[in-house]
Design a protein around this ligand. Structure first.
Ligand code: PLP
Ligand code: SF4
Length: 317
């Protein structure tokens, strides 16, 4: 992560692309800076301004558009958070925003304006544990973020050990993009750590395009699967990135070949700055129909939209 590219000019220069005027970049970036690791940039095609990986990380002037219906908190997460960094929005599962750090900054991220707390504080951790202890109906904790694998093995391990001691918890799910963007993060030691507690681990990764999954990524996913950890993928339907049957078919096929189950295809949340990625619901519905005609049933993700305040996602197709 230390070697990641943190500005649009460098990114464009590395890919032999014209450098946009600095004022327009600065305005688009706002408070959500560019962050792209070299391993991810290496999978982009030089000279192609429409590259589907590049579009996910390069700020566009369209991000400045003020659109009715957009929000800094599109999923009303503030209202679902009884203590900072803990969200009770889904039935019987509690979500912990374990860190604000990510290994890549995705321009369409619905938490791009999230008021991350410094989770380093022991106080925050204690408050999460008190809350989890108090509700025996919760049997799953979702470690989210940010990206929980940006935590070091030791801090992540300590967190898992503390969660292990809450008797009603049975599963620990990690939502992470690290196996995709910096596949070396998935070391044998990390895998062993995930298997070292009583809690059943589940890993949900996030890839939107088949080109994100190269050899090292497939190997990192294999390390998890070989250890008996279920690995699922969630994607976001993104205009210009994966809004075609061919692109989604290729993604799903590549995932199942890597023994990863395509889980969700998310309809984009209406977060301020991302409307240029949006497609109509009908587009996603037709794409899923098309995928059903082309792929085995288990390789077709559910097309879902998150409705604030509802205890589960709404399945659109
Ligand atoms: C939907 C969602 C969850 C909950 O996932 P389920 O698999 O529906 O339990 C957690 N985190 C994020 C970011 C989600 O979009
Ligand atoms: S990795 Fe996930 S949380 Fe981080 S910026 Fe991308 S979509 Fe958002």
């Amino acid at each position: 992560m230390r070697r990641a590219v943190r500005d649009a000019e460098t990114l464009c220069r590395m890919l032999d692309l014209p450098i946009p005027p600095s004022a327009s970049i600065a305005a688009a970036v706002g408070s959500f800076p560019v962050f792209a690791p070299l391993e991810f940039i290496a999978r982009m095609r030089p000279g192609d301004p429409r590259d589907p990986l590049l579009l996910q990380v390069l700020p566009m002037s369209a991000e400045q558009a003020v659109v009715a219906g957009d929000s800094n908190d599109p999923l009303a997460e503030h209202a679902a958070s009884p203590v900072p960094g803990l969200l009770e929005k889904y039935a019987r599962r509690t979500l912990i925003v374990a860190t604000g750090a990510c290994a890549v900054h995705c321009r369409y991220c619905f938490r791009r304006h999230f008021p991350y707390v410094r989770s380093r504080s022991e106080e925050a951790l204690d408050a999460w544990l008190v809350r989890l202890h108090a509700d025996p109906s919760v049997d799953e904790v979702v470690l989210s973020g940010g990206d929980p694998l940006t935590l070091g093995d030791e801090r992540l391990g300590n967190l898992l050990d503390r969660l292990d001691k809450i008797p009603h918890l049975r599963r620990a799910r990690l939502h992470t993009r690290l196996p995709i963007v910096i596949p070396r993060r998935v070391t044998r030691r990390l895998v062993a750590r995930l298997r070292s507690t009583r809690l059943a681990p589940i890993v949900v990764v996030h890839a939107n395009h088949a080109r994100e999954i190269d050899e090292p990524v497939a190997a990192s996913l294999a390390r998890l699967v070989d250890a008996g950890i279920p690995v699922l993928n969630q994607s976001v339907l993104l205009r210009g990135v994966n809004d075609s049957a061919a692109a989604l078919e290729d993604l799903c096929r590549t995932l199942v070949n890597a023994r990863v189950i395509p889980y969700y295809l998310h309809q984009l949340d209406r977060v301020a700055g991302a409307r240029h990625f949006e497609t109509a619901d009908g587009v996603g519905e037709r794409l899923i129909e098309e995928l059903r005609a082309r792929l085995p049933g288990y390789a077709v993700p559910r097309f879902v939209r998150e409705i604030p305040g509802e205890p589960a996602k709404r399945v659109l197709a």
